[in-house]
Design a protein around this ligand. Structure first.
Ligand code: FPP
Length: 248
């Protein structure tokens, strides 16, 4: 820990005097956490869901604007049917039990990714959660579900191609804004800090476009051991970075 309290962490600033508004996390290491304890993988995911609860609460208390969590990637379908079903079950349980609490805490829930690829009852739970919390103005908690950056870009490019084919957009009008406004993250502040837990150093198809100028932080903590203190430490690390955005 850095000595920075959770409540002051979001006030940690980088050298340009700005604290992170948008933090995203690749939550990795549930399986290894379970293995070290001779437990089944699902026990790691269950502990991971508890870490989600703690981290979201802490992010709201710190005054972060946006926290985006990579909960299920478009490639995670390649896991065994049993593990996919465990992850979906945990998500169902989380949404049923936590939305009321998120709402009471002023947290707004949104999602990125193709949620229509999930079971219909999950789609309904997510949409209800989004609708219920839409007016909240503290933390925007963004769940990345059935999300893959390449898939997101393919969907954006198809939309642009349709606009060009219909004559609504000229090829020369395709610019950064035309692409960004078609990404799932449209309307969110730029990604400031991208954290990956468990010591792996990969982006795994997460927010590739959005990470263009994000600060990257790889921590050894396994996701189930992550919490508000670990988030505060990550934000303090961000505070020590010098961001130049391509300039000097
Ligand atoms: C990676 O651990 C984690 C995931 C596959 C996704 C994260 C899922 C959760 C935190 C559980 C439920 C989420 C919510 C929102 C309730 P891993 O299995 O890849 O770990 P390993 O690399 O150690 O095997």
């Amino acid at each position: 820990m850095t000595g920075l309290s959770a409540s002051s962490a979001a006030n940690a600033v980088d050298s340009t005097g700005v604290g992170p508004r948008h933090v995203a996390i690749i939550m990795d290491g549930n399986g290894r956490w379970a293995k070290r304890r001779f437990l089944p993988r699902v026990a790691g995911h269950r502990a991971g869901a508890e870490a989600v609860r703690k981290t979201v609460r802490a992010a709201a208390d710190m005054g972060l604007q946006v926290l985006t969590l990579y909960a299920f990637s478009s490639e995670n379908w390649r896991r065994t049917p049993g593990e996919v079903s465990d992850l979906m079950g945990l998500l169902r349980h989380y949404l049923r039990n936590e939305i009321e609490d998120l709402h009471r805490n002023g947290v707004r829930l949104t999602s990125i990714g193709d949620i229509n690829g999930l079971d219909q009852d999950l789609v309904v739970l997510i949409e209800e959660g989004i609708r219920k919390t839409a007016g909240n103005s503290r933390l925007n908690f963004v769940l990345a579900l059935n999300y893959g950056s390449q898939d997101e870009m393919v969907r954006a490019v198809r939309d642009i191609a349709r606009a060009v084919a219909d004559g609504r957009l000229a090829p020369d009008e395709i610019d950064v804004d035309a692409i960004e406004s078609r990404l799932d993250t449209n309307g969110l502040p730029p990604l400031d800090l991208l954290i990956r837990t468990s010591g792996e150093k990969r982006l795994s198809n997460f927010l590739l476009w959005q990470a263009a100028y994000a600060e990257l932080l790889f921590v050894d903590t396994l996701w189930p051991d992550f919490d508000g203190e670990k988030l505060a430490a990550a934000i303090a690390d961000f505070g020590a970075r010098e961001r130049r955005f391509g300039g000097r």
